[in-house]
Design a protein around this ligand. Structure first.
Ligand SMILES: Nc1ncnc2c1ncn2[C@@H]1O[C@H](COP(=O)(O)OP(=O)(O)O)[C@@H](O)[C@H]1O
Ligand SMILES: N[C@@H](CCOP(=O)(O)O)C(=O)O
Length: 718
């Protein structure tokens, strides 16, 4: 079993806080260390290094050269230990882009100090570890954030002349000489005690970090060389005024975008670094909270070249604007939507029981255990309930007050308009693997709409009015902002369908799901008035009845396992510009929420104008349309009569899908298909159009021969 050291990346400065503030973000460097006692090792300093991830081609795998292990050697030598125990295997997993202003070197140094602490059993406190980190990194913003987590402010002590001298000793003299390993046998200079101090600030949970990462490196050392030695009083005051306000403004909910935008301006480092990053000034000035609602502020991340935009909404459109700005300079970028990593560096040690860990999840012998120590936080659950109360209340409807907190959710059918006992209809469904795209995009506020849609569209095709909804959200560790965003989506779907969100369940189950992931299900209950038709009216269907198709909003919530496979085989990331639409990313386009057809369809069913409806979900047209037909009739559709959205054309071509497979996998552009009497087709079309639906006459019912659903002219699909 290995010990695992996990260190977050960081964004330093946040505009005016040069060398002062840092924010740990949720991309983690992982160092897995195993010591297998053996007499002699063939590896220098007894350390074998393996590496995967970013920089695998260039990062040195020799212990005296690699930043992580040479930091560890320095710390070990300060404690009289000349090399790693024989034999140490260090496996590095690094997803942090190098030299981009996301604190890769800070994370490597923090990992190195922790590595020494583990293999040398040094029992260093975090404060002492910070001293060692500072001996190398020399500016405290990244390392304090990476070590302690969250949003931190830092300062360095004024040092005595001797300590200053010690701190100014070049690293080549601190580390094994010259980063190449001749062991001088000397004990390197130890860092002074308590050099660095930090304070954690609050960070408003709705603020997310859009990181635009250009495809070139700027070394922090070079980006510091371009800075002046002295500044005018005017510029120093400019930054101090902004920094003082910024640190508290970023903790306030809801965030004040005007204040944050202004408070993120800087005159100390960004103006001098613009020569290193083409178009920097123009790019920073190209967005404001007015031009891009949801944006709070923008700055260089660390020493650059990454741009950090803080926002509460519209992440994709802000990112795609910034990607385009860089594109004008001939620079391509990747982008990530990140969130603060509150925990900082964690170390998980193997224990006798192999599965137990030495992080907060194990209680030392004899110590009183709590439910929280097992990974379930009742407090987080309570906080979630507090945060979702308001959005849930917006789903209130006659008969249900949508107030959460009780043991069960109530609905008064009489108050809901059903004086006589109605026929109740229930449906239950999930979102499927579309949630994986939400994880990747860090966008959780629309998959709840999909969840509601999958259920209420199933109810309405039976002629039922959806009345109440309950959702189930299961995760490993409850992330309150993500879960709250998810419930906002559910509430949105409920409002669109007129159902009250009367309850739900949040299950925190450590170990069952992957960290950062969740699954969700939900159930809807609807009613049909006694005497009203329960659809489909199979007995009333006849040859010549018209099939009307309603436009879908993309793939809705079906066929995502294949979609993800196609995206993967094409080597695309969900953050890439969608090959079928230049204006959005792959992930944003695929997350388009499922269309909820309840209100328009109730308008036509209440007028008794519809004989049957099929909700086109998994199984596509060919499997779902027959579900509403009598055994004697078949549906004949003409593929020329409705447009296939660009996303489907691309998926079909990219996955090389046969026409028949295409028609039974996705909705091909039709989210609902209705059977109506030919005499009613026009009236139904007009009513649905009044509700904003796009309606196509896609075929008719015919006498059944072999197949229950025939699609003619499929060759138009290509
Ligand atoms: N995981 C790692 N393993 C080894 N070296 C690393 C690692 N991460 C960063 N480094 C070193 O740090 C350098 C980048 O440091 P720096 O210029 O400060 O940029 P950044 O803004 O990413 O911290 C890399 O080029 C590499 O030499
Ligand atoms: N305050 C430092 C921060 C450097 O951060 P990095 O992520 O680029 O290493 C500076 O601006 O130089």
């Amino acid at each position: 079993m290995a010990t695992v050291i996990k260190v977050p990346c960081s964004s330093a400065n946040i505009g005016p806080g040069f060398d002062v503030i840092g924010l740990a973000l949720d991309v983690f460097l992982e160092v897995e260390v195993t010591v297998t006692p053996q007499e002699k090792s063939e590896h220098a300093l007894n350390c074998r290094i393996t590496y995967e991830g970013v920089g695998a081609e260039n990062v040195p795998l020799v212990a005296a050269d690699n930043l992580i292990t040479r930091t560890a050697v320095y710390v070990l030598r300060c404690h009289g230990i000349r090399a790693f125990p024989s034999e140490t295997h260090v496996h590095i997993r690094n997803p942090i882009p190098l030299g981009r202003g996301l604190g890769s070197s800070g994370a490597a140094i923090v990992a190195g100090v922790n590595l020494a602490n583990e293999v040398g059993d040094l029992k260093l406190s975090k404060a002492r570890m910070l001293d060692y980190c500072l001996m190398e990194e020399r500016h405290p913003d990244n390392v304090a954030a990476a070590l302690y987590g969250g949003f931190v402010g830092t300062y360095l002590n004024e040092l005595s002349p001797e300590d200053t001298e010690r701190l100014e000793i070049p690293l080549s003299e601190v580390l094994p000489e010259p980063a190449g390993g001749v062991d001088t046998g000397l004990r390197p200079p130890e860092p002074p005690h308590n050099i660095g101090h930090f304070k954690k600030f609050k960070w408003a949970p709705e603020i997310k970090c859009i990181c635009i990462i250009p495809d070139f490196e700027v070394s922090t050392a070079k980006a510091r060389e371009v800075l002046p030695e002295t500044y005018s009083r005017k510029d120093a005051v400019f930054n101090m005024q902004r920094l003082a306000l910024l640190t508290s403004a970023l903790g306030e909910s809801p965030p004040d975008s005007d204040m944050i935008y202004t408070a993120m301006q800087d005159k100390i480092h960004q103006p001098y670094r613009r020569g290193l990053i083409p178009g920097l000034t123009e790019i920073l000035q190209s967005v404001t909270p007015q031009s891009h609602p949801g944006l709070l502020g923008i700055c260089l991340s660390g020493a650059g070249p990454t741009i950090l935009a803080l926002a509460t909404d519209n992440f994709d459109s802000i990112a795609s604007h910034l990607l385009n700005q860089f594109k004008k300079e001939g620079i391509t970028c990747d982008w990530k939507l990140l969130q603060p990593a509150e925990e900082g560096t964690t170390v998980t040690r193997p224990t006798a029981t192999a599965t137990a860990t030495a992080t907060a999840t194990t209680a030392p012998k004899g110590e009183a255990m709590t439910y929280a120590s097992s990974g379930v936080s009742i407090d987080a659950g309570n906080e979630l309930v507090k945060q979702i109360k308001a959005s849930v209340a917006t789903t209130k409807r006659p008969g249900a007050d949508a107030e959460i907190g009780g043991f069960g959710g109530l609905l008064d059918l009489q108050a809901a308009g059903y004086a006589e006992p109605p026929i109740l209809v229930g449906a239950i469904d999930g979102i499927g693997t579309k949630v994986k795209i939400a994880f990747e995009m860090g966008k959780h506020d629309t998959v709840g709409i999909d969840l509601v849609a999958m259920n209420v569209n199933d109810l309405v095709v039976q002629g039922a009015e959806p009345l109440m909804f309950l959702d189930y959200y299961a995760c490993s560790k409850l992330n309150v902002p993500d879960a709250a965003a998810f419930v906002r989506g559910v509430a949105d779907g409920c409002r669109q369908s007129g159902s009250a969100l009367v309850g739900g369940e949040t299950a925190e189950m450590p170990g069952l799901y992957k960290e950062g992931e969740y699954d969700a299900g939900g159930a809807a209950i609807g009613a049909i008035s006694r005497g009203s038709p329960i659809l489909p009216l199979k007995n009333e269907m006849e040859v010549g009845d018209v099939l009307l198709g309603l436009a879908s909003n993309g793939a809705h919530s079906n066929g995502f396992s294949l979609i993800r496979k196609i995206i993967e085989t094409k080597g695309l990331s969900f953050h890439d510009v969608a090959p079928w639409s230049e204006d959005e990313t792959v992930g944003a386009a695929l997350l388009a929420p499922t269309r909820i057809y309840v209100k328009p369809l109730l308008a036509v069913t209440r007028k008794h104008l519809v004989k049957g409806m099929a909700h086109i979900t998994g199984g596509g047209l060919t499997e779902n349309i027959p579900r509403m037909l009598p055994k004697t009739l078949a549906a004949e559709l003409d593929a020329k009569t409705w447009p296939v959205p660009a996303v489907f054309k691309w998926l079909k071509a990219a996955g090389n899908l046969e026409n028949s497979e295409f028609a039974r996998t996705w909705n091909t552009g039709l989210g609902m298909v209705l059977v109506v009497d030919a005499n009613h087709a026009r009236q139904v079309t007009e009513i649905l159009q009044e509700y904003g639906e796009k309606v196509y006459t896609v075929g008719a019912l015919v006498k059944k021969a072999e197949e229950e659903c025939v699609v003619r002219n499929m060759d138009v699909w290509g």
